[in-house]
Design a protein around this ligand. Structure first.
Ligand code: ADP
Ligand code: MG
Length: 784
């Protein structure tokens, strides 16, 4: 009948270390078996292989050959994870140098093995406390490790070793660093613990060994020399089961966080140094973001003040080019002078603005251009009673009217491209005036018959505009708003305004009073005085009398079939003067009378800067396939301005980000170095964790968690610092350039940078973390 109390059996175990030329036989064919319950003391001179055997038994190190049988199960097929589980479930280690993890509390230290095997918190705490009570530390368990004496430290180590209730307790010279009195106490404790399990204890002290141990094995030169109580006739039941360990990410984070907290100063310096890259990138992004916003804003403002305009005459860019290239021609030979066009004549293009073209423009998608203003040269018959006397008045602001759009469109755009007509939104709204103009007095126009006065930023209005309204003013004379608001003007149609003389000629009627009361006469009212809201929309409308583009349409409709128009259409002479006229003059005459509806200019206000491209595409489409002379050339002022600013910003940003990126890489390398240092520093801890059953992965995880904390910390720190920097930067830039709010950190950029910082530092720290995981636990624990 064989004994079934066997737990461990070493069969011909060999472990050789080769360093350079020499090979040390640390274990040289060791065969020994242990009972489930006994106290074995291992004696022997230093270097005889005692620790090596303990490490083999504890699964901290691998044997070269032979076999280790645990409860009847051979370990030669054990995978790493099986060894990890074995150490965690079945083995408790006690070391001479205690190996308590300094940055964890006593309880945390004792709990670590159970933390690794995933015991729940309450159970873990209870078992840890039980173990601490068991080793006699009831009163000291809430102290910090560095507040304990050597004997107490060793008790903590013993509590840690037995907390998981292992079958095997391995002690490597546990009293080696203790005085004799404390040593006795510890031996007594170990003796007690050996009542329930197998204890294998290495010691230098034969007296203590003989006093406490049940069995003494003497070692020399990697071989067992004597065994006081060998266990030979044995059999072991194979009822061995392993519960695998796994450290959760949270545990890894907690462990790293506690470690980081023990060296706050260094952590702060690390975080600060490695955040510099993030700070610089964040500032560059903030600046470029702010500048981009400024540019976008300017572009948008510019858009409002610079519509795409189409005048009767345009400057043809292709013409300019041919003039430029013409300059490189050689010198003429021969004795002659040659007649040629002037440069401006060469580049001048006559736009044949027709009703058909207007229709085409008006079919433009509404989402691309909310406002289109079309000016006509149609004259209006206007009369006004001034000081009890009727007189004719005019609305055209001859100094900056719609008709001034010509080759010098550039000038026109500065002095009021929109001319004296404001557009009504194509969906009927009044957003154009409301978003660009502010009411100084009166109100915004609501009806076609509402007329407004537009003044410039200094409230100037031209003398001629006033004169046209029948107001005689001297230069610099100030006129009260009230004198202008409410001014009433009568709009008379041709049939009431012109009378046919017996001669057949037409002349304006002089009987204004009856004209004013005619049923077809409309009353126009000056309802408001308006001024531009921002300097960007300066010159949107010429200062002076401004009316709706719908009003001209009304006038045209009222007059197109009037008697004078019919007469003029039929006649080749001027129906008013009887003078002969050519085709062009006749057309002009008809246009003024309202018989011909050719627009004098078109202003298209794109909805926003991006939509302008669609507008231009739409206009370009009209020209495709048309002869040069039939093409309509537009002027895109905003485009000419924005082309300059566009790509510049991007280019500058890329360069700056690239530079800042270099500092980010630098901080990544720094983190790698710091992690590496930390790995070296924490070698012992790695060994302890492994002895407690941590997997390689868990070790990697601990260091990855540490770098993640550092990376995230420096990311957040960097972004916050950069954000704080934006304020002084803005103040400085405002003083230097007058631009406000130039640096603006986009929150999305901030978040991305924190992520980038975290990922990069994890990457940088991962290699040292892997090195840590690969560290040989046995060697780690040997290091002092
Ligand atoms: P003991 O614990 O009895 O003092 P050890 O088991 O620690 O002895 O060491 C046995 C022998 O193996 C010694 O000669 C030691 O130098 C050698 N040894 C132990 N570990 C290593 C190692 N990692 N590399 C090389 N030699 C080693
Ligand atoms: Mg040793």
């Amino acid at each position: 009948m064989k004994d079934v109390n066997g737990l461990l059996e070493l069969q011909h175990l060999k472990k050789y270390y080769t360093v350079g030329e020499t090979t040390t036989k640390a274990l040289d064919d060791v065969s020994v078996a242990f009972r489930k319950q006994e106290f074995v003391a291992v004696l022997g001179p230093s270097g005889s292989g005692k620790t090596t055997m303990l490490n083999m038994i504890g699964g901290l190190d691998r044997y070269d050959s032979g076999n280790l049988i645990i409860e009847g199960k051979s370990t030669d097929t054990f995978k790493d994870s099986d060894w990890d589980a074995y150490r965690n479930n079945s083995v408790g280690f006690i070391f001479q140098s205690y190996n308590i993890i300094g940055h964890l509390s006593i309880i945390d230290n004792v709990e670590m093995g159970m933390t690794l095997s995933g015991v729940d918190a309450a159970e873990k705490k209870k078992r840890a406390e039980d173990a601490l009570v068991r080793v006699g530390l009831k009163l000291h368990m809430h102290k910090q490790p560095n507040q304990l004496s050597g004997g107490q430290m060793q008790r903590v180590a013993i509590a840690r070793a037995i907390a998981n209730d292992p079958e095997i307790l391995l002690a490597d010279e546990p009293t080696g660093a203790l005085d004799s009195e404390t040593s006795e106490e510890i031996m007594q404790l170990i003796k007690e613990l050996s009542e329930e399990r197998l204890v294998v204890m290495v010691t230098h002290n034969p007296t203590l060994a003989r006093q406490y141990a049940d069995r003494i094995i003497e070692f020399a030169d990697g071989k067992i020399q004597t065994d006081s109580n060998p266990y030979e006739d044995h059999d072991t039941a194979n009822n061995f089961e392993l519960k695998h360990t796994k450290m959760s990410y949270l545990t890894a984070l907690k462990l790293s966080f506690k470690n980081i907290m023990t060296k706050k100063g260094r952590t702060f310096l690390t975080v600060f140094a490695s955040s510099i890259g993030i700070i610089s990138i964040a500032i560059v992004l903030a600046l470029s973001n702010g500048f981009q916003k400024q540019i976008d804003q300017t572009q948008q403002d510019t858009m409002a003040s610079m519509p795409v305009s189409i005048g009767a005459v345009a400057s043809d860019a292709s013409g300019t080019q041919s003039v430029m290239s013409g300059q490189s021609k050689g010198f003429a030979k021969g004795k002659y002078v040659k007649a040629d066009l002037s440069q401006s004549e060469k580049t001048q293009h006559i736009n044949k603005l027709t009703t058909k073209y207007v229709d085409y423009v008006q079919k433009m998608p509404k989402k691309d251009a909310k406002n289109i203003a079309i000016s006509y040269s149609t004259g209006m018959n206007l009369i006004r009673k001034v000081d009890g006397k009727w007189q004719t008045v005019k609305f055209s602001n001859s100094d900056a009217g719609a008709s001034t759009i010509d080759a010098s469109a550039m000038m026109a755009s500065m002095t009021g491209v929109g001319g004296s007509v404001y557009p009504i939104d194509r969906n009927g709204g009044q957003s154009f005036l409301k978003s660009n103009y502010k009411v100084l007095a009166g109100r915004y126009p609501t009806k076609k018959t509402d007329v407004i006065l537009v003044v410039d930023r200094q409230n100037n209005i031209t003398l001629s505009a006033l004169k046209n309204l029948g107001i005689d003013a001297k230069r610099n004379q100030k006129i009260d708003y009230n004198k202008l608001i409410g001014t009433s003007i009568k709009l008379v149609n041709n049939d009431s305004f012109y009378q046919k003389l017996p001669t057949g000629n037409y002349l304006p009627n002089q009987d204004y009073a009856s004209m004013a009361t005619a049923s077809s006469t409309k009353e126009l009212n000056v309802v408001g005085i308006l001024r531009v809201k921002s300097k960007n929309s300066d010159g949107l409308l010429a200062s002076g009398v401004v009316y709706s583009d719908q009003l001209t349409k009304e006038v045209y409709n009222a007059n197109k079939n009037s008697a004078i128009v019919q007469a003029q259409t039929a006649s080749t002479t001027n129906v008013m003067t009887g003078a002969a006229m050519d085709a062009t003059t006749k057309t002009q005459m008809l246009t003024v009378l309202g018989g011909e509806q050719t627009p004098s200019s078109i202003q298209i206000y794109p909805t926003n800067f991006k939509k302008k491209d669609q507008v231009l595409d739409y206009l370009d489409k009209y020209n495709t396939g048309k002869k040069k002379a039939d093409q309509i050339i537009y002027t895109d002022m905003a485009g000419q301005v924005s082309k300059l600013t566009g790509g510049m910003m991007d280019a500058i940003t890329y360069v700056l980000v690239a530079f800042a990126g270099i500092s980010l890489v630098t901080s990544m390398i720094m983190i790698a170095i710091i992690t590496y240092t930390s790995v070296l520093e924490r070698t012992k801890e790695i060994g302890v964790l492994k002895a407690l059953g941590a997997r390689k992965k868990d070790i990697t995880r601990v260091f990855d968690a540490e770098t993640a904390i550092l990376g995230m910390g420096s990311g957040i720190f960097g972004v916050v610092v950069a954000w704080l920097c934006t304020f002084p930067i803005n103040v400085i830039l405002e003083n230097l350039t007058g631009l406000t709010n130039v640096s603006q950190l986009n929150p999305v950029h901030g978040i991305v940078l924190v992520i980038v910082s975290t990922v990069l530092t994890i990457l940088g720290g991962h290699v040292p973390a892997r090195m840590a995981a690969k560290k040989d636990a046995a060697i780690a624990l040997r290091s002092e």
